[in-house]
Design a binder for this molecule. Sequence first.
Ligand code: PMV
Length: 328
Amino acid sequence: MAVSSAPGKVYLFGEHAVVYGEPAVPCAIEVRARVGVERRTDSKLRIHAEDLSLDGFTVEYGGTADGPPDVDVSESLLTAAMGYVDGAIEQVRDVTGEEDVGFDVTIESDIPLGAGLGSSAAVAVAAIDAGTRELGTTLEVDELAERAYQTEYEVQGGQASRADTFCSATGGAVRVEGDNCQSLESPDLPLVIGFDGGAGDTGELVAGVRSLREEYEFAADTVDAIGDIVRNGETALAAGDLEELGRLMNFNHGLLSALGVSSRSLDSMVWAARDAGAAGAKLTGAGGGGCIVALDPTDETQTALSYTPGCADTFRAELSETGVERLE
Ligand code: PMV
């Protein structure tokens, strides 16, 4: 059996605007998905998932990965997670040329599903890495990132950004602009996550911003202004200026909120973090529900979030310098 892990991520700046060619800065965080892959003697794909914010679950596909599942999986997020594993195994088969190979796949993840922390990218990266290694091939990180991106692209019906998969494969802070991804120098960031227990519908939220942008020039200007925040954020990151980073995160959240992608629970958590003395706080990812990220070296934000109505979970998540990790 080969086991790999890969980190989740937060957007320090730039989600949504990145869809329109503005730069964005996601950053890998020390919460991980671990995927174990073991070759089977037949061609079946059997997936066992634990801790995916849901109860342990086993799905068995008959014959090939394309076959119908033997177990009825009604939970849509879980189904989506299984889709990513399916897609990742297709990539493994493609890389190795072993079209009929079957696997037992075990997923354990500390990353809430669909909540803006890049859970699907982490699962795809770790699954491709472990699957290829199980068959004796170790991919370069760039190819791993590209294969994981292709997985997301196919599973998400042609809509994916390279941000999550690149960040998860390489670790660290990343600058994304169009198809171009590069690693950035970053200081240690005292990140605190607040999770409302829910998830937003990325497709719907992206469509909402698109129509606002088409209808109002000031909405298009808002998207452009987010790009300006990102450029300032890169300078603040390079200088290790936490106070400025926080101020820019607050500004970024305000503009995302103006574009209609925040929610009551996300706003409550953002304000609780600010009231507790965080340097800044914003939603991360598509929004609508899910997670916020705050910058606070003290324990105050985490304590405040744990008492905030609408916050289901809060944890500290340092920047992860390490992307994919080969555990076994
Ligand atoms: O919620 P996430 O982590 O999948 O991030 C979505 C980011 C968007 O900019 C809203 C969409 C995208 O594809 O870049």
